[in-house]
Design a protein around this ligand. Structure first.
Ligand SMILES: *Cc1c(COP(=O)(O)O)cnc(C)c1O
Length: 344
């Protein structure tokens, strides 16, 4: 892979915005800040946030065994993904490859940025069809998205399949690990040093219970992170988010406890789903949701909605005819779900 060839010419040529605080943030001298037109009266939030989120990145780096320079934080994974598109995909020229059914944002961002999208269907058990993927690669293919565990199917993708793709593809392989904390399988972070074209994204929105703060994280080589860093909005992670994220990463006991409960509840739900005659298939899951195939997804979705239970109807997604995606809730919520399912 030649990273220099992947970067959009406009991105290579541009200069990044130099924020008032960039050069001074890390000094702890007694400085007087008269450079950013802030209100000088302290209230905990009157100053702009650290544009490089150093305290947060140091925490993440220690947790993941990486260098802070291999980390980029975004306003949710959604911003991270958008930055990846804008750094590497030239509108009306370049293309991406997605493996469907998968997370909807890749398609939204491709459309928004004027990027061709080639969809390669996953196999019937939602694994990667490697020959089909290799066959879909074009000279203008810049990015290939692999969601593992995959949304909406819930399964982890085969390591050997991903290795083959990492070797064969000359663009960037983005592995979306939004659900990695729910599985025992290893993260691809371990493999970053081996694959210069590997990009891994994670988020605090799922297992960490912080969807509201909007923090997505991108891990890659220093070179890739430097490109994304160059184009990101200077103050994209606000002070409240940085603070909440640092605290969540420092004290993970509560999160670990909740994770255990969610996994126990997942097992219980699977057991109960198996007893329901009109649930025709349960797909194996490594995430905090379960994809089920039912007799009539539109009907069951409406029936549940009318009883106040909202699930995700995926029937129109590739390979997901009559499938519903159900998130694992609290014990009480799941009990209500099961009781309701049993009355339908
Ligand atoms: C939920 C989810 C995300 C999270 O996005 P955020 O913007 O970080 O909340 C990312 N990828 C996938 C596949 C998801 O399902």
């Amino acid at each position: 892979m030649n990273l220099n060839k992947l970067i959009r010419p406009a991105v290579k040529a541009m200069k990044s915005y130099s924020s008032a605080r960039d050069e001074f943030e890390s000094q702890d001298k007694d400085l007087v800040f008269l450079d950013a037109n802030e209100n000088p009266f302290p209230n905990g939030l009157n100053r702009y946030p650290d544009p490089q989120q150093m305290q947060l990145k140091n925490k993440l780096a220690a947790l993941k065994g990486l260098r802070p320079s291999q980390i980029l934080c975004g306003n949710g994974s959604d911003e991270v993904l958008d930055l990846i598109f804008r750094a590497f995909c030239e509108p009306n020229e370049d293309g991406i490859i997605t493996l469907t059914p998968t997370y909807g944002m890749y398609a939204v961002l491709a459309n928004l940025n004027g990027i061709q999208q080639q969809c390669v269907s996953l196999t019937a058990d939602f694994q990667i069809d490697v020959p089909a993927v290799l066959n879909a690669i074009r000279p203008n293919s810049k990015l290939l998205f692999i969601c593992s565990p995959n949304n909406p199917s819930g399964n982890v993708m085969s390591r050997t399949a991903i290795k083959e793709i990492l070797k064969a593809f000359k663009g960037l392989v983005v592995i979306d690990e939004a659900y990695i904390d729910f599985t025992d399988t290893e993260s691809w972070l371990e493999d970053l040093s081996e694959h210069p074209n590997l990009v891994v994204t994670q988020t605090l929105s799922k297992a960490y219970g912080l969807a509201g703060i909007r923090l997505g994280i991108c891990y890659a080589t220093e070179e890739i992170i430097a490109v994304l860093n160059k184009i990101k909005p200077p103050y994209n992670i606000n002070s409240l988010t940085q603070k909440a994220a640092i605290s969540a990463i420092s004290q993970r006991e509560n999160t670990k406890q909740q994770l255990k409960t969610i996994l126990d509840q997942r097992t219980k739900l699977i057991r109960e789903f198996k007893k329901i005659a009109w649930i025709e298939k349960l797909y194996p899951t490594d995430a905090n949701f379960i994809l089920i195939r039912v007799d009539n997804a539109n009907l069951r979705y409406e029936q549940l909605k009318n009883k106040g239970i909202i699930v995700r109807n995926r029937t129109r997604e590739d390979g997901c005819t009559n499938c519903l995606r159900i998130t694992v809730g609290t014990a009480e919520e799941n009990k209500r779900l099961i009781n309701t399912l049993n009355t339908l």
